[in-house]
Design a protein around this ligand. Structure first.
Ligand code: HEM
Ligand SMILES: *[C@@H]1O[C@H](CO)[C@@H](O)[C@H](O)[C@H]1NC(C)=O
Ligand SMILES: *[C@@H]1O[C@H](CO)[C@@H](O)[C@H](O)[C@H]1NC(C)=O
Ligand SMILES: *[C@@H]1O[C@H](CO)[C@@H](O)[C@H](O)[C@H]1NC(C)=O
Ligand SMILES: *[C@@H]1O[C@H](CO)[C@@H](O)[C@H](O)[C@H]1NC(C)=O
Ligand SMILES: CC(=O)N[C@H]1CO[C@H](CO)[C@@H](O)[C@@H]1O
Length: 345
């Protein structure tokens, strides 16, 4: 502590006060703010990430489709109440949970999360949250299906509330136009650029006919199909979904349907976006330029995707306080262990 500062008159005192107030404010922000940490389970459960990796890669070897399922589960988790594993909670006689909402009907991969959780609980019971396991599982999926690797900061707590109506209202629909999509992402602190980057997750996995059939039949008075859809692709899709009520499934990315890569963007440029919400990324000049850049350069997109997944995985996370570490990812208050203590002071 310099004597000079203390003995300086007037402005010096003010300045010092300002510095103290600012520092206190910053410290408060750090303590109250939900900061995730890389290697959060280094000492409390050093095997956690490896066990999730093993479980997901075993499941992937059995059925490669689980990778897309797990990435989508993580997205649906984070876009309702933040990344708190609220999507994993089962409905009860008292409560209809998110997983029974309309946009959740085609979600899958819950069994893989249960298996990963069981493996982790066996070595360190009550320590690793379901929300972190889901974030790790999505990361392993990106590695297995896309050779995209990144570190996942952790420390999320599991929420205790899950309501179907919130998923019905909050998960963006495939019919959304660009303005709605941007609004949705902005609400969660993600940029229009993140919207473009994360939509690249539609480079693997499937969509079922009801998600896009309105683009194929009776689209408008002047056109049977959506004119932004390539006519040849529309014809192909009508074969897969012979009428508006068809239930079949179609790959989201025609070119490399099971690989998480940038071919999705090449498809958008050619009018091969399956969902209206996909093709909408071409509706604005700056975003269209981003699509074209992604289409040209896989590594460039993959690096942005990894960073955007970390940002998505940080949405409204709770690291202390209200949340818990569930023992069973499907059940609230299933742990016999005390809650993680609130951050001190
Ligand atoms: C931009 C807004 C988004 C909309 C409107 C949207 C909508 C949809 C729809 C309608 C489906 C097909 C569901 C079905 O019919 O089975 C789907 C599938 C999928 N979505 Fe999205 N999605 C969006 C963003 C995202 C994001 C940000 C991610 C992840 C980062 C993601 C990952 C996936 C994956 C991996 C699938 C394939 C799932 C599977 O094969 O089971 N989506 N999405
Ligand atoms: C965990 O270990 C890694 C590697 O040594 C380190 O980078 C990271 O900061 C550690 N995290 C915590 C929370 O201790
Ligand atoms: C996976 O990516 C790394 C660089 O991130 C690269 O060196 C490696 O060749 C890639 N592997 C495959 C199978 O594409
Ligand atoms: C399209 O509209 C016409 C006239 O409204 C109707 O008769 C027909 O069933 C519709 N087709 C589909 C596939 O919905
Ligand atoms: C879970 O426990 C918390 C805290 O004890 C309580 O407020 C909440 O109502 C419980 N929720 C359920 C679904 O049991
Ligand atoms: C927060 C937000 O903007 N949510 C919207 C996301 O999109 C759906 C429709 O697709 C709206 O109903 C939500 O309000």
């Amino acid at each position: 502590m310099s004597k000079g500062v203390i003995s300086t008159a007037g402005g010096g005192w003010l300045l010092q006060l300002l510095v103290v107030v600012l520092a206190a404010g910053l410290q408060a922000a750090v303590l109250c703010g939900a900061e995730l940490q890389y290697g959060f389970y280094n000492t409390s459960c050093p095997l956690a990430e490896a066990l999730v990796r093993k479980t997901v890669s075993d499941a992937f070897a059995e059925d490669g489709r689980v990778a897309a399922g797990l990435v989508r589960l993580h997205f649906h988790d984070c876009f309702v109440r933040g990344c708190d594993a609220s999507i994993l909670i089962d409905s009860t006689i008292h409560n209809v949970a998110e997983k029974d909402a309309v946009p959740s009907q085609t979600l899958h991969g819950y069994d893989v999360i249960d298996a990963a959780k069981a493996a982790v609980e066996a070595v360190c019971p009550g320590v690793v949250s379901c929300a972190d396991i889901l974030a790790f599982a999505a990361r392993e999926s990106a590695a297995l299906a896309g050779n995209i690797t990144y570190d996942v900061p952790a420390g999320r707590l599991d929420g205790t509330v899950s309501r179907a109506v919130e998923a019905d209202l909050g998960i963006p629909s495939a019919d959304s136009d660009l303005a709605q999509l941007i609004q949705n992402f902005t609400f969660w602190g993600l940029s229009p650029e993140d919207l473009v980057t994360l939509s690249g997750a539609h480079s693997f996995g499937v969509a079922h006919c009801p998600a896009f059939a309105d683009r194929l039949y009776n689209f408008s008075s002047s056109s049977q199909a959506d004119p932004t859809l390539s006519p040849a692709y529309a014809a192909l899709l009508r074969g897969a979904c012979p009428e508006e009520g068809s239930e079949g499934a179609v790959w989201l990315d025609l070119v490399t349907p099971e690989v998480l890569d940038n071919k999705y963007y090449a498809g958008l440029v050619l009018g091969l976006g399956l969902l209206h919400s996909d093709q909408e990324l071409m509706a604005e000049a700056n975003l269209r330029a981003a699509v074209e850049e992604n289409a040209r350069n896989r590594g460039w997109w993959a690096a942005k995707f990894a960073q955007a997944m970390v940002r998505m995985g940080s949405i409204q996370v709770q690291t202390a306080g209200e949340g818990e570490v569930r023992a069973n990812c499907r059940l609230v208050n299933s742990s016999i262990f005390p809650r993680r203590p609130a951050a001190s002071s």
